[in-house]
Design a protein around this ligand. Structure first.
Ligand code: UDX
Length: 441
């Protein structure tokens, strides 16, 4: 199959590269000439484990190419994927579809022969209808079908998620288009990934429902963690106790500083807006959004409390800035609100992140950046773990203790054991777990 991928951002680049790796002929398109030049030279604009090697391999085999010229790429394609950004619109939180519709108009001008146009960007219900209307209006003669094929991959595990998905959802109201899509995903039949062929609107809503459900699961366990702290229970054991029930499932029950990233915050907001417009508000999701927002600031208060009630003039060492490990993505990262809260309370911040500092600098211009965790903690009055990078799991706490001004650790990801830190002389606070004293250490 010949595939054109419109938009070489996160989803476009990963999907395009993996499709090429399946054996398809893929052209990744982007408006940004600098990005395309970099990709042609083998430089990957994002940090994603394994992606650089996979791009290089498929480019070498000639199956994966990059261009800014939409017209030729689309004209030669059996399927054109739209994988452009859908950021939250300022003001109302609705997904901004400007880029999707602009892509649809450009695609319409370039179509030749039967072509399946696929929205892979996360788009609100009914967007496929509008994309189809735009294309039919601009190119009434074109033989085209518009399909929805939402992507469920996670940053940091994107290639594995793409190649071994739990399921593939295809929203096609046309059987010929469904056939083309099945052909594109054929290599995954070998992995026995279930393919759900459904209506276009159903596919669009499935993506939002999945992300909203996962965000709800995280928010639920975060509130249970707060309750655990008040009543002396352990949230990790509660999570295990409920997660072993197959109806609940054990994943996405890690309590922490609140969810962030490029998807959950924006997709939950967009679902809230869609549901309000449809006259059937999803009040549960509205509450999830509000609870998660306030949680991030609450984490700053937690740090202040761990420091004895004030951080004015103190130095706080922050480990981890990205919204989760194995990415350099800072979008809606909890660290942003936590650091703002600590700065408002008068603290000085010194931070370290293995991959995220370059992206963080413009967003957090008034903090100091360290060269490693030990440099970060030197002279600090508290060490706060915000993102659970593997590099932070096995720190030398004796060494840290020797250089810190005060022995305070706030672990917002429940990575360390209370007993271990207490033994090394730290005052240790985590999320929804008893202190070492309460745990009997
Ligand atoms: C998510 C979805 O998982 C994916 O299917 C969709 O396509 C895009 O959005 P991603 O944003 O890359 O993927 O990251 P994910 O691993 O889901 O984590 C999202 C946020 O939730 C992170 O801030 C993470 O720290 C947080 N989280 C996740 C928790 O706090 N607890 C958990 O148990 C799981």
């Amino acid at each position: 199959m010949r595939i054109a991928m419109v938009g070489s951002g996160y989803v476009g680049l990963v999907s395009g590269t993996c499709f090429a790796d399946f054996g398809h002929e893929v052209v990744c398109i982007d408006k940004d000439p600098a990005k395309i030049e970099a990709l042609k030279a083998g430089r990957i604009p994002i940090f994603e484990p394994g992606l650089e090697a996979l791009v290089a391999d498929n480019a070498r085999q000639g199956r994966l190419t990059f261009t800014t010229a939409m017209r030729e790429a689309v004209a030669g394609a059996d399927a054109v994927f739209i994988a452009v950004g859908t950021p939250s619109r300022r003001g109302d939180g609705f997904a901004d579809l400007t880029y999707v519709y602009a892509a649809a108009r450009e695609i319409a001008a370039s179509l030749s022969g039967y072509t399946v146009v696929v929205t892979k960007s996360t788009v609100p219900v009914g967007t496929g209808d509008e994309v189809e209307r735009i294309i039919r209006e601009a190119a009434p003669e074109a033989e085209v079908a518009v399909v929805s094929n939402p992507e469920f991959l996670r940053e940091g595990a994107a290639i594995a998620d793409f190649k071994r998905p739990d399921r593939i959802v295809i929203g096609a109201d046309d059987s010929r288009a469904a056939q083309v899509m099945s052909e594109i995903y054929r290599p995954l039949y070998l992995n026995q990934a279930p393919i759900l062929v459904t209506g276009r609107r159903t596919a669009e809503l499935t993506k939002y429902a999945a992300n909203a459900f996962l965000a709800t699961k995280i928010t639920f366990i975060n509130e249970i963690a707060d309750l655990c702290e008040q009543v002396g229970a352990n949230v990790q054991e509660v999570a295990r106790g409920i997660g072993l029930d197959n109806r609940i499932g054990s994943k996405f029950l890690h309590a922490g500083p609140g969810y962030g990233g490029s998807c959950f915050p924006k997709d939950t907001l967009a679902l809230v807006k869609t549901a309000q417009d449809a006259g059937t508000p999803v009040r549960l999701v509205e509450t999830v959004v509000a609870v998660n927002d306030s949680r991030k600031r609450a984490m700053a208060r937690k740090v202040v409390a761990a420091c004895g009630g004030s951080v004015r003039g103190r130095t706080i060492a922050v480990l981890g800035l990205t919204f989760k490990p194995n990415t350099d993505d800072m979008r809606d990262a909890p660290s942003l609100s936590i650091i703002a809260g600590l700065q408002d309370a008068g603290a000085r911040i010194r931070a370290y992140d293995p991959e995220g500092m370059e992206q963080a600098r413009p967003l957090l211009p008034e903090i100091a950046y360290a060269s490693d965790p030990y440099d970060c903690a030197e002279g600090a009055d508290a060490l706060v773990l915000v993102t659970e990078w593997d590099a932070f799991r096995a720190l030398d706490f004796e060494r840290l203790r020797a250089t810190m001004a005060a022995p305070v650790v706030v672990d917002l990801r429940n990575v360390y054991r209370a007993e271990d830190l207490a033994r090394r002389g730290f005052r240790y606070t985590s999320v929804g777990r008893p202190s070492a004293r309460e745990a009997g250490a």
